[in-house]
Design a protein around this ligand. Structure first.
Ligand code: PLP
Length: 456
C-alpha cells in the first residue's frame, strides 16, 4: 500500500476513509456521498484542510481546544515526558510526578473543597466513574438504598453505556438497550423551546422544582445524586433562566442529594469563569472534567471530589480504575495547558474583554429574520432558528433540517458551526481575537442569509 500522507489527493483520502474508518455520529451513505473534510493542520482558531482552505473553527474542535491550536509548548512537554516516563499506572500504591502536580493544581483551581481528582481518559469514563462512585459513597455511608441518579432529558454526559444512560438523549437510548436501570430524567430548562406562556423566571423555577417532585416521588432515601451541566452544551447550549440553579442547589441541600456538575464543556474558562459552577453559583460535590483540561491535546478527564466525598470513598477500596488513569504524558500536557490558561490570563481576557465583545456581536444576530433567540455566555452561544420570531415557532420541516442546511452553508463559507436540531452553536477557542470574532459573525450572517434563501 502506498504511504498515506497530507499530500495525497483529497478524493483518494476520502475514499480510503469511507472504506475503512467507522465514524462516530455519521452514516456510511453520507461518508460515501459527500466525502469527509480532511483536516491537515491548525493554528490558533484556524484549521487547514487538504484542499488548502483556511477554516475558522468556531467549535474549538468538539468544544475542547480552549487555548487554540498549534501551541508548541504542549508538544515539547509531551515529547519530554515520553522520553522520561512514557507510561506508568496509578494502581496499587504507585504514582508519578506529573499526576501529583496536576492533582495539586486542580485542587488549587477548583472551587470550595473540591480537592481530590480521580482520573480517566475522557468525559464518558469520568461520568461512568461518578455513577459507581456515588452509589458506593452512599453504601459506605450506611444508606445503600440511595442508588437512583436523576438527570435531564436532552442532557449529554458521554457515549459509554453508563454515561449515555446518564445522558437523556432519546436517540442514544434507542440503540444498544439503554438506559441502564436506576436513572430518572426530568425536563431541561429550555425556556425558548418549551417555556410556553410562562416568564423565563417562573419557568426556571418550575423546571428546577421538577427535581424536588422527582425526589418526593422516588423517595429521598432512594436518590443518590443529580447530574447536570451548568450550561447544557450538546443539547443546544441551553442557558437556563437565572432562577434555575439556586433552586436546584436548595433542593439538593434539603434532601441530601449529591450534586454532580458535569464541567466537561463548561470547565476551564468556557463560560468566562474557571468553572461553569462558579458562573451559575453552585457548590457541587463532584465535578466531571475533560476537554479543556488539556485543550484536547491529550485524552484526559476526571472527577474532582469534595473533601467529604473523597474521605468516604477513600475509607474503602474503590474497585475501579483505568489503565490510563493519570497517564503521565496526558497529565504533563494538561498541566502545561493550565499554566498557559493561567499565565496568559486567557480566562480573564475572555471574561473582561473579548467575551463582552463576542456577546454584543453575537446577540445582534437576534436581528436576523431567521433567528428567534441569540444567547451566549462566555464563549458558548446558540442561535434558535425560527420561521416566526414572535411565536417562538419551529420549522415545519423535520427538526434539524434547516439547521443542517445552515451548517452546510457555514462549511461552504469556511466556518465551522454546529447545529443541534434547528439551533446553531458556537464554542470557539477562548483565545479568539476581536478581528476573528468579526470574521466569525460576518460568515455566520452570510450563511444564515444563504440558508434562509433556501427555506421554502
Ligand atoms: N459530558 C459532557 C457535558 C460532554 O459534552 C461530553 C462530550 O461532549 C462528555 C461528557 C463526554 O466526554 P468524552 O467525549 O470525552 O467522553
Amino acid at each position: 500500500m502506498a504511504t498515506i500522507t497530507n499530500h495525497m489527493p483529497t478524493a483518494e483520502l476520502q475514499a480510503l476513509d469511507a472504506a475503512h474508518h467507522v465514524h462516530p455520529f455519521s452514516t456510511q451513505a453520507d461518508l460515501e456521498k459527500s466525502g469527509v473534510r480532511v483536516i491537515t493542520g491548525a493554528k490558533g482558531v484556524w484549521l487547514t484542510d487538504s484542499e488548502g482552505s483556511e477554516i475558522l473553527d468556531a467549535m474549538a474542535g468538539l468544544w475542547c481546544v480552549n487555548i487554540g491550536y498549534g501551541r508548541d509548548e504542549l508538544a515539547d512537554v509531551a515529547a519530554r515526558q515520553m522520553r522520561e516516563l512514557p507510561y506508568y499506572n496509578t494502581f496499587f500504591m504507585t504514582s508519578h510526578v506529573p499526576v501529583i502536580a496536576l492533582s495539586a493544581k486542580l485542587a488549587e483551581l477548583a472551587p470550595g473543597d473540591l480537592n481530590h481528582t480521580f482520573f480517566a481518559s475522557s468525559g464518558s469514563e469520568a461520568n461512568d466513574t461518578n455513577l459507581r462512585l456515588v452509589r458506593t459513597y452512599w453504601g459506605e455511608k450506611g444508606k445503600p438504598s440511595k442508588q437512583v441518579i436523576i438527570s435531564r432529558w436532552n442532557a449529554y454526559h458521554g457515549s459509554s453505556v453508563g454515561s449515555a444512560s446518564l445522558g437523556g438523549m432519546k436517540g442514544m437510548h434507542a440503540q444498544g438497550g439503554l438506559p441502564i436501570p436506576g436513572i430518572h430524567y426530568i425536563n431541561q430548562p429550555d425556556w425558548w423551546s418549551e417555556g410556553g406562556d410562562m416568564s423565563p423566571e417562573d419557568f426556571g423555577l418550575a423546571r428546577a422544582q421538577e427535581l424536588e417532585q422527582a425526589i418526593i416521588d422516588l423517595g429521598e432515601d432512594n436518590v443518590a445524586a443529580f447530574i447536570a451541566e451548568p450550561i447544557q452544551g450538546a443539547g443546544g447550549v441551553i442557558i437556563p433562566p437565572e432562577t434555575y440553579w439556586p433552586e436546584i442547589q436548595r433542593i439538593c441541600d434539603k434532601y441530601e442529594i449529591l450534586l454532580i456538575a458535569d464541567e466537561v464543556i463548561c470547565g476551564f474558562g468556557r463560560t468566562g469563569s474557571w468553572f461553569g459552577s462558579q458562573t451559575v453559583g453552585i457548590r457541587p460535590d463532584i465535578m466531571t472534567i475533560a476537554k479543556g483540561l488539556s485543550s484536547g491535546y491529550q485524552p484526559i478527564g476526571g472527577s474532582i471530589l469534595s473533601d467529604e466525598v473523597a474521605a468516604v470513598i477513600g475509607a474503602t477500596e474503590f474497585n475501579h480504575g483505568y489503565t490510563y488513569s493519570g497517564h503521565p504524558v496526558a497529565s504533563a500536557v494538561a498541566l502545561e495547558n493550565l499554566r498557559i490558561l493561567e499565565e496568559e490570563k486567557i480566562v480573564d481576557t475572555l471574561r473582561d474583554d473579548t467575551g463582552p465583545y463576542l456577546k454584543a456581536k453575537f446577540e445582534e444576530m437576534a436581528e436576523h429574520p431567521m433567528v428567534g433567540e441569540a444567547k451566549i455566555i462566555g464563549a458558548m452561544g446558540s442561535l434558535a432558528l425560527t420561521p416566526d420570531k414572535g411565536a417562538r415557532a419551529k420549522f415545519a420541516a423535520d427538526a434539524g433540517t434547516v439547521g443542517y442546511m445552515v451548517r452546510e452553508r457555514c462549511f461552504a463559507n469556511n466556518l465551522v458551526m454546529r447545529h443541534v436540531g434547528d439551533r446553531m452553536i458556537i464554542s470557539p477557542p477562548l483565545t479568539i481575537t476581536k478581528g476573528e470574532i468579526d470574521t466569525l459573525i460576518a460568515r455566520a450572517w452570510q450563511s444564515l442569509d444563504e440558508g434562509m434563501a433556501n427555506v421554502k
